[in-house]
Design a protein around this ligand. Structure first.
Ligand code: FAD
Length: 403
């Protein structure tokens, strides 16, 4: 007979990190009637990075979380797409429009998830410094920056690319692509000219993408090679704006104007793009006892196919479903046995692994093509892409299933 973990003053499920993944996981659990506590080190919701592109797989997950219909009202669908290379003036139609694609403000996404959580689910100003397993009970103990410790029955690390929880699992720091990105919003009070089309334009190592969010607001991003002076720039909105404007000086006037007229406060520079190598995702075991990870803490993948956020939403749905399966058989969540939790976490990792591995690999190959100056490596990546990812948008058709 399995030993039940006694009901006590310990927290049942603690989620470390209140970003997209942490909030989505807490919300998914809440929808299944399972309480959790989110520890977030910032003093308030932290929505870095302006906006987020959500493709149909992400919308399916948001539908399950019950927040998609609200978000759809904030962002128009993108109905077509084109890629233009200014080096050879080639224009290419992108396979966009058949599946749902919208770009939402990160603050809208975070706020609506937080608003749907029971009061006091998120505890702000809680920086988790380390985690260890109690030598006697083997349940997780979190050490917080304020000197206190918190005992938990289950810990889910949603603490992003530099995850403290994934270090506990032996995952070392993430790698970087030598590519940096700037993102921003531009308002067009009398309406913009871009319709509902996603436009990608490339010249040399600079690529600009723009996505109309409403008839008056456009989200844009540019990626370019990383140059080492950037860390100073990232602290000044004006310098980020200058760098963006300089990067697009040879682009068509509509793009130059969009970048020059952007809202300075919205600008955000990602100095370089972090990722966890696909081989690490493949071979490492991301569960220790009743501790696991989700979102970027598990599979940081850089934004080349704009799937990191949506993959985090999918993680949340699957993880909550797996945990809930073990609780509906008449056992309240607080009295789940350790074995049951471990089984649920293994089931979650098993279901998610092939999915996140494919996303990581596809992103890695595209990232390498941006990153390298070696023609040979570019060629190898192109061959792999053509063989493994011949359907380059297949990842958007994934369905994480019902909660
Ligand atoms: C330039 C760029 C563009 C992107 N564009 C897209 C896109 O268009 N579409 C898409 O799907 N994805 C995109 N992504 C990826 C997406 O942003 C991430 O995958 C997503 O934010 C991951 O969410 P997360 O909650 O796992 O991590 P995070 O958003 O990093 O959240 C982690 C949270 O944990 C907190 N935290 C960290 N450590 C601790 C600690 N020790 N104690 C307590 N709290 C802690 C942090 O304060 C933070 O709030 C982009 C990424 C970048 C860099």
């Amino acid at each position: 007979m399995m030993m039940e973990m006694a009901e006590d003053t310990r927290e049942n499920i603690v989620i470390v990190g209140g970003g997209i993944c942490g909030l989505a996981t807490a919300l998914a659990l809440h929808r299944k009637g399972i309480r959790s506590l989110v520890l977030e080190r910032s003093e308030s919701l932290r929505a870095t990075g302006v906006a987020i592109i959500i493709q149909s797989n992400g919308w399916r997950a948001l539908d399950q979380l019950g927040v998609a219909s609200y978000l759809r009202q904030t962002a128009n669908p993108i109905l077509s797409g084109q890629f233009k290379s200014l080096n050879d003036n080639k224009l290419q139609k992108l396979p966009v429009g058949k599946e749902e694609l919208r770009c939402v403000k990160r603050t809208d996404l975070m706020n609506i998830m937080a608003d749907n959580l029971p009061q006091n689910t998120v505890r702000f100003g809680c920086n988790v410094l380390s985690i260890e397993l109690d030598p006697i009970t083997s349940s997780p103990v979190l050490k917080l920056q304020d000197g206190t410790s918190l005992n938990a029955k289950v810990v889910i690390g949603c603490d992003g690319v530099n995850s403290t929880i994934s270090y506990m699992m032996g995952a070392t720091a993430t790698n970087i692509f030598n590519v940096c990105g700037i993102r921003g919003f531009t308002s067009y009070p009398s309406g913009h000219e871009f319709g509902s089309e996603l436009k990608l334009t490339k010249k040399d190592d600079v690529q600009v993408g723009l996505l109309p969010m409403t008839t008056n607001l456009v989200y844009w991003f540019l990626t370019r090679k990383y140059i080492s002076c950037k860390s100073k720039i990232s602290h000044s909105q004006k310098l980020i704006g200058d760098m963006a404007a300089a990067s697009v000086k040879d682009f068509p006037s509509s793009i130059k104007e969009m970048v020059e007229n952007c809202s300075l406060e919205s600008l955000h520079l990602s100095d370089y793009m972090r990722y966890r190598p696909p081989c690490d995702v493949l071979r490492r075991r991301f569960r220790v006892g009743t501790v696991t990870v989700a979102g970027d803490a598990w599979h940081a993948m850089a934004p080349f196919i704009a799937q990191g956020g949506s993959a985090s939403l999918e993680d949340a749905v699957v993880l909550a479903r797996c945990l809930a399966r073990r609780t509906i058989v008449g056992i309240p969540s607080g009295r789940m046995s350790k074995t049951m939790v471990e089984e649920a976490l293994d089931e979650y990792l098993k279901e998610r692994k092939p999915r996140v591995l494919r996303l990581s690999l596809q992103t890695y190959l595209i990232g390498k093509m941006h990153d390298t100056s070696s023609k040979f490596i570019k060629f190898i990546c192109t061959v792999f892409m053509a063989i493994i990812f011949y359907d380059s948008h297949g990842h958007t058709r994934y369905d994480c299933g019902t909660l």
